[in-house]
Design a protein around this ligand. Structure first.
Ligand code: CDT
Length: 314
């Protein structure tokens, strides 16, 4: 028994990915992911988190047609021959993973997707990004674009929790982490661990935001969400200077206490790991965040009745 009353643990690794440039091939990126999967396994990890849109550069920064984007950056099947080595290595090492990529469905729909893969290399969960930041129109005066609203549809599968062995895992992607509803909907399904990848530009093209706030708000959201929902979070950046466009690092593993237990120190390929105690959530869920006992959803109706802010209730 641990000090927190449970012996259930998971070896969790987060694989931060340094820049992926326009000229980099899928094969070269997958070789880097395979190498980090091996490092994760050497650190006794059973599950590894890879970033959002991990197989390519963060292409929503470039103005182009949807057809061009599909041809260059989207995956028509998963796995496919370029990504198969990652699935093969997962099966060989008996390690699960989550991976973000741009998904083109057989019907021609486009999503910013992440999949959950078990230690047999089987896809057991899929999430399609719900909170799509940025814009759909061309901003010729901006230093770069953020065209997620042009290239992707809003995800259509909701926030789901999958069982990976003994662990209940939920997924979200990047901007979703800034919305408290994301984590609450997952924790209401008893998620114990939420995993996500992100590409967060250091520069805000919409207003002159001090650069240090990008890291601060990233960590603030993860630490608050882990604590308020009594769950673990593993968050993997793609970061550094991709073809000259800088994105923050700061990949982390956050405990249900809100404390960071591991954090990347570089802006390159880097694996961090921790053996996480899933029982650490129990005391929070039994007491301060005992949802059944203390939540008052009858007073939260506006959360689902309104999207934007409006007048005070009468
Ligand atoms: N990839 C992604 O969702 N990035 C956003 C940038 C926000 S600024 C438009 C993020 O929340 O980190």
């Amino acid at each position: 028994m641990s000090a927190h009353g449970s012996i259930r643990t998971l070896g969790l690794a987060v694989a931060q990915l340094g820049p992926v440039h326009l000229a980099d091939t899928r094969q070269a990126v997958v070789a880097r992911l395979v190498e980090m999967m091996r490092q994760a396994q050497a650190l006794q990890a059973e599950f590894v988190v890879f970033p959002e849109l991990a197989l390519t550069t963060f292409f929503p920064r470039y103005w182009m047609s949807e057809e061009e984007a599909v041809g260059r950056f989207f995956e028509k099947t998963m796995p496919n021959p370029a990504v198969q080595p990652l699935f093969d290595e997962a099966r060989r090492l008996e390690i699960g993973f989550c991976l973000g990529y741009a998904e083109l469905t057989p019907q021609g729909r486009r999503f910013n997707t992440s999949i959950l893969v078990d230690r047999n290399g089987e896809v057991i969960g899929k999430y399609r990004k719900i909170h799509l930041p940025g814009h759909a129109e061309h901003k010729p005066d901006a230093p770069f674009q953020h065209l997620e609203k042009k290239f992707f549809e809003v995800g259509d599968v909701g926030f789901r929790v999958s069982r990976l062995g003994q662990t209940r895992i939920g997924m979200c992607i990047c901007n979703d982490r800034r919305w408290p509803e994301t984590f609450r909907v997952l924790s209401l399904q008893s998620a114990e661990l939420v995993v996500l990848g992100y590409n967060t530009p250091s520069h805000n093209i919409h207003w002159d935001e001090p650069a240090h706030l990008r890291m601060f708000t990233h960590l603030l959201c993860l630490q608050a969400s882990a604590y308020q929902n009594a769950l673990w979070i593993g968050a993997a950046a793609k970061c550094g200077r991709e073809d000259g466009f800088h994105m923050i690092g700061g990949s982390v593993i956050v405990a249900p206490t809100g404390e960071i237990v591991a954090q990347a120190t570089s802006e390159g390929d880097e694996v961090i790991a921790a053996r996480i105690d899933l029982g650490l959530s129990d005391k929070f869920r039994q007491h301060v965040f005992n949802f059944a006992k203390h939540r008052r959803p009858e007073h939260y109706r506006l959360i689902v009745e309104r999207t934007g802010a409006g007048d005070p209730l009468r």
